[in-house]
Structure formats: C-alpha cells, structure tokens
Design a protein around this ligand. Structure first.
Ligand code: DLL
Length: 434
C-alpha cells in the first residue's frame, strides 16, 4: 500500500530532475540563511547555479555532528525562532546534545515520510499502534506518532519503560502495531510470556522497528515471539528523525524518501564518492528541510545503495540495513568487527538467548574481546560438559566469521541488562589498559 503513490513510484528521470531542482534551491537557501553555510560554501566557491547535475554535489563541503555541536544550540537554524514549531535533540555519549528545529512544513513532510513507511508494510486506519519509544527530545516517538495519526491509525502513546504494563496494554487494548527498538520488542515478548500472555491473547500483526541495528536472525526471533511481521526503518534526528528510509513488505532494502533526502555513499577514509553498490559511509543532503537544513551530512553509518526498481513498484533508492557505524566499527587486533556479525553468529546457536555483551580490554598493547552470552536454560550451569561444548561451539563459530579469537563467557539466564530504548551492548575498556 502507498501513502503518496505518485511520488513513491515516480519514474527515476523525473525524480532526479526534481532532486536537482531542489538541491540547487537548497544550496542557495543555506547560503542565504545560515552564516555557517555561507562561509563554507563561499570558501568552496559553490552556489546553486554552479550545480549542473546531481554528481556536482561532490563539490559541496560535508557537514558533521561536530559542526552542529559547535553551533549549539540554534546556530544552524535557517529561520527566525518564531517559525520553529518543534525542537528535538539527540543525546550524544558525551557533552552537549545536538539540537534540531522544525517548521510547520518540516513537521508536515516528516509525518508524510513516516506515513509512507507505515503504509508500505500495511498499516491502515483500522490499526491500533502502541508506541513504545521514549517520548521526549528523542525523535522516535513523536515521529512515528504523527505519521501513524496521519494514516488515521489509533495511537497509544505509552512511551518506553514499565514493561509489565506494556504487556498488559498490548493484551487489553488489542494493539495491532508495535513501535519500538528491536531490543525492547525482544524484551517485551519475554516479559509478556513470563506473565502468561500467549500469542493467542494478543492481536499484534505488525512491528515497526528502528533506531538501532537488528539482524534478520534477531528479527525472526522477535517475530516468532510475538507472531507478527516487522519492518526496519532508519533515520536520525540531525536529518529529521525516523522516516528517512524504511522497508516495504518485500524487505529487500530500506526505501529512501528520495524527494526529501539525497543519499550518497563515500569512502569514510578518503571521503571520495563510491559507485552505486559499494559499501561505505552514508552521506545525506536534505532537499526540503527549512528549520535546520543539512548539506552532505556524514551519518557515520555504513550501508550500500541500490537503485534497481523494487518488486513493490517504488522507484526510490534502497539502502541495505545499516551494517554498523564507521565510528563504532570495532577494530580488534587490526581486524574490523561489526557487532551485527557477532549477533548473527549468536542467534544461530541453539541454547543461548539473543542477549549479549561485548567487553573489550587491552593488555600489553593487545586487544581482547570477551563475548558474554546468556543461557536460556539455567540447569545447564550444573552440567559442565554441556556448558563447555556450548562455549567451544560459540568460540569456533565466532572465529570462523570474525577471523579472530574471542573469549566466550556463558552467564545465567536474565543476568545481562535489558534495554527499553537502544541497547548498549559494547563495553570498551581499552583505554584503561591493565
Ligand atoms: O534513532 C531516529 C529513529 C527513531 C529512527 C526511530 C528510526 C526509528 P538518533 O537518536 O539521532 O535518531 O540516532 C540516529 O541511530 O545514525 C544510526 O546509527 C542509528 N539507527 C537509526 N535507525 C537505525 C536502523 C533515531 N534502522 C542513529 N538500523 C543513526 C540501524 C539505526 N541503525
């Protein structure tokens, strides 16, 4: 199903000329309204009329998270304060948050983009959506909220946390759509089952998961746990929030809202554009944002673009599921390791739960990786031989996929922390060499 079929299936030629026209306009808009861009674009000698084709985007300087932080809080806003109707922020791991502002048009475009990805998996005005993202400065909850309301779906703004209550509401209100991070959905299904709630007691049929990576293996476990069909959606507050891209029912890549966002892939080391089909860092330019426009924003997310038409009829480019971040890709003894690779290995081993933690330490200038994995069955803790064989099997499967040795520690069921938002699975202590 489509929310804006004419736009979503627009012939590529037409779409690209719309993008070119909007890109030229966006460059001039930034130049004229944001002193930061005025300086950057003047230094690079780029103005809207110098952009003759889409690949000329490569002459525009990049924008980074540091640029937003340096202009904290509102320095990159392109409109006077009175035109801003909403402010969100993303909490960084350190220091000040990155702050973003939306005009009324921005909010309208944002809800259109979200409505598209909800309808692409079949959400209708008959659905009841439980939004279990945290409401607040985070864009996830209000982003999905407005998009779902636009379709006419009934929204339950429960926010995250209080997981037993979440399970009760799922059952009592007959929620048909669950909106959350995949790790929270996994946790919620464990809690619901512990409370004796079975899939016959609930009406969930669709999961709209996003805001963090999720392997297909973990997705399959969540779907089995709740008896639903789910899609992945991607976005970031700097660009808008959720709605930048999302899967359709074919789940063969996440369709961009390419009339609003122009994606590129670059080599994160050389910063040079990479041809379609290659893995690299996703760089995105907003084509319509008024509040805080972004020119060539470096997302740090690693993915790949596919411009082939999709079986669903959408013509907008698709990105692969995010493979990891160029900055939290783990470099262990010189080897690039993505946490998603580890997750795929673990979810394929019988007897262990999908909850894990990666602990990195450094001794004598050498990195060590410990993978803590939770058992499903506590009785195995009394069976040394069984435990050891499970451990060995995990070690050898990890070695085959990662190409390095990891220490595997099996821990009791339910002993690792659970998350109501994005999971924090990596504990990096390498700067505290022992
Ligand atoms: O997480 C926006 C969002 C909310 C997207 C709800 C989808 C659903 P931030 O908090 O600014 O915004 O975090 C953005 O999260 O650069 C990615 O590294 C990661 N991320 C977001 N969606 C996905 C996804 C929201 N589907 C950062 N898969 C991004 C993998 C994701 N990583």
């Amino acid at each position: 199903m489509f929310f804006q079929k004419d736009i979503e299936t627009m012939p590529r030629k037409e779409l690209e000329s719309l993008q070119l026209e909007r890109l030229k306009r966006m460059v001039d808009y930034c130049y004229n309204n944001v002193p930061f861009y005025h300086k950057r674009l003047s230094e690079a000698g780029v103005t809207g009329d110098k952009i003759k084709c889409l690949s000329d985007i490569q002459y525009i300087p990049f924008t980074t998270k540091a640029d937003i932080r340096d202009n904290y809080p509102f320095g990159l806003f392109a409109v006077p304060q009175k035109k801003i109707v909403r402010i969100h922020a993303s909490s960084g791991t350190t220091g000040k948050p990155t702050v973003v502002g939306y005009t009324r048009n921005d909010i309208n475009n944002w809800s259109d983009c979200v409505a598209r990805l909800c309808m692409a998996v079949g959400v209708t005005d008959e659905d009841v959506a439980q939004i279990s993202f945290g409401y607040g400065l985070f864009t996830g909850a209000l982003g999905l909220h407005y998009g779902l309301e636009k379709i006419g779906c009934a929204v339950i703004p429960i926010s995250s946390g209080n997981t037993q209550k979440q399970a009760m509401i799922l059952k009592d209100f007959g929620s048909t759509v669950l909106v959350s991070t995949p790790s929270y959905a996994m946790y919620m299904s464990e809690v619901a089952h512990e409370m004796g709630i079975t899939n016959d007691d609930i009406k969930l049929r669709i999961g709209l998961f996003g805001s963090e990576g999720c392997t297909n293996e973990l997705r399959d476990l969540i779907e089995k746990g709740f008896g639903l069909f789910s899609t992945d959606n991607y976005g970031m507050s700097e660009l808008m929030g959720p709605g930048v891209s999302g899967e359709c029912e074919f789940r063969d890549g996440l369709h961009f809202a390419e009339d609003h966002f122009l994606p590129e892939i670059i080599d994160p080391q050389t910063c040079q554009p990479l041809p379609a089909g290659e893995n690299g860092e996703l760089v995105i330019t907003t084509l319509t944002k008024e509040g805080i426009p972004m020119l060539r924003y470096r997302t740090k997310d690693i993915s790949r673009l596919n411009y082939e038409p999709c079986a669903c009829g959408r013509t907008h480019a698709r990105m692969d599921k995010v493979k990891g971040r160029s900055d939290d890709m783990l470099k262990i003894r010189g080897v690039n390791v993505f946490p998603s690779q580890i997750e795929s290995v673990l979810t394929n081993i019988e007897g262990i739960s999908p909850h894990y933690q990666l602990v990195l330490t450094r001794r004598n200038y050498t990195d060590y990786l410990e993978v803590k994995i939770e058992l499903i069955d506590a009785t195995l803790l009394e069976n040394y031989a069984g435990l050891e064989s499970l451990r060995q099997s995990a070690v050898s499967k990890l070695r085959t996929v990662l190409g390095i040795d990891a220490k595997v520690t099996l821990v009791s069921p339910r002993s690792l922390e659970r998350y109501e938002g994005k999971a924090k699975r990596i504990v990096d202590m390498r700067n505290q060499e022992v």
